[in-house]
Write a protein that binds this ligand. Sequence first.
Ligand code: FE2
Ligand code: FE2
Length: 450
Amino acid sequence: MVEKIKIALLNLSSAIQAGKIYSKDHPSFQEFIVRAFNALHEVLSRKKELVIGIVEDELAWEGDIFFSLSQKLNALVLYLQEKNIERVVFLPDMNQEELSSFALYLIDREKRGAADAHEYLMALGVRNIRAGKIRALTTQQAVEEDIATTKKKRKNKTVRNVSQIIENMLSEEDVDYLELKFNVLNYMEDYLGSRQELVDLVSIKKKDLNTFLHMLNVSIICMYVTSKLGYSQEDVLDLGIAGLFHDIGKLAVSRRILTKPTKLEEDEFYKMKHHTTQGAEILVKYMDAVGKLPAVVAYEHHLRHDMTGYPRQTHPHKPHTASMIVSMCDVYDALAQRRSYKKDFPPKKIYNIMMEGKGTAFDQELLESFFRVLGVWPIGTIVSLSNRRIAIVRKTNEKDIFNPVVEVVHPQKWRGVIDLSEEGTKLKITKSLNPFKEGKKYLQQIESQA
Ligand SMILES: [Fe+2]
Ligand SMILES: [Fe+2]
């Protein structure tokens, strides 16, 4: 029973992450809801009700406090707390639609600080999930103080989580990218929370989901690479913010151009190029909140090391180091993402393409450090080896970026870890497998092993 409850809560928490990052129509949100619902349904077929409570920032059922799942359930806890909910009761007649509405209600930041979660849920037609506080707060002041404490706690927790995940990345443990994106997004939102207008990420997301995800990815790659290169935590976070906002100027570019499936015409490209100056114009207004760096980076991220690129300079100068770092992460993610007018590129090809820009598009030393820490085959890539076994990259080798440590996952009987850089290993990586296509069938095995 307790295992089923854990599965239900874990999936509900993942649904919240997916719903927050993507949208309610995204297949991952739906999939997690279905999984959570099935598990809950099974539990409720044997019980009159299931009561989940929050005890000291952790979820609990009867005498069990799920400490070991603390990090994974964080999304759920955060949003329950934000809505001032300390107790959730699931009833046997609950249907999937109700569970989905409940998850969406939790993510909806407009409906904040609800002393009346119950009323909201009823209005949404959710009758078989009851949510509320254990003790009622009587005065308005008490409610407000309670919200303020929750917010403060939430902020500290998010910062802790982002640092924890960056640490996990550095120690090359498995990283849950959905969780990472969720935490980075939350961190950024909290950090910039008082400047609602600046958090125009929501508008970007509505305008073009791909641009939004790209900005989030660039931010994460930037933080990963710079922390691996030994930058201070403050610099890492500054670069994360600069990376996040580098394309904010695309808010000013029409949706038609942003999502055009074919190559841009000259006049369209001209308009697209404006996202650099427009981005800087937006960010300059918020210098007191985020400093100068994001504006500088938004302006310079398409300038190249050899001082060509755009916007055109009357007095050409070398871009700021932060701009050059963001620019590498930007190109890397753009090549890795499937774009409508071209195919996504496998890691080795991205490496080759970017290396061609050594000394021209990119600063040679920076580019080399970039690949030294990221590897040619980044952690998590599914690869095929020269003996035709399938493996997953587990650790990069800074001294030998072509030959990381991999874990063979197929065929079953050859499972095990191999350091491809070790002398005597004649094995090489021949190619990577696209996790959405030919690599898809191995994902299950990788997950089950992790
Ligand atoms: Fe850009
Ligand atoms: Fe970009």
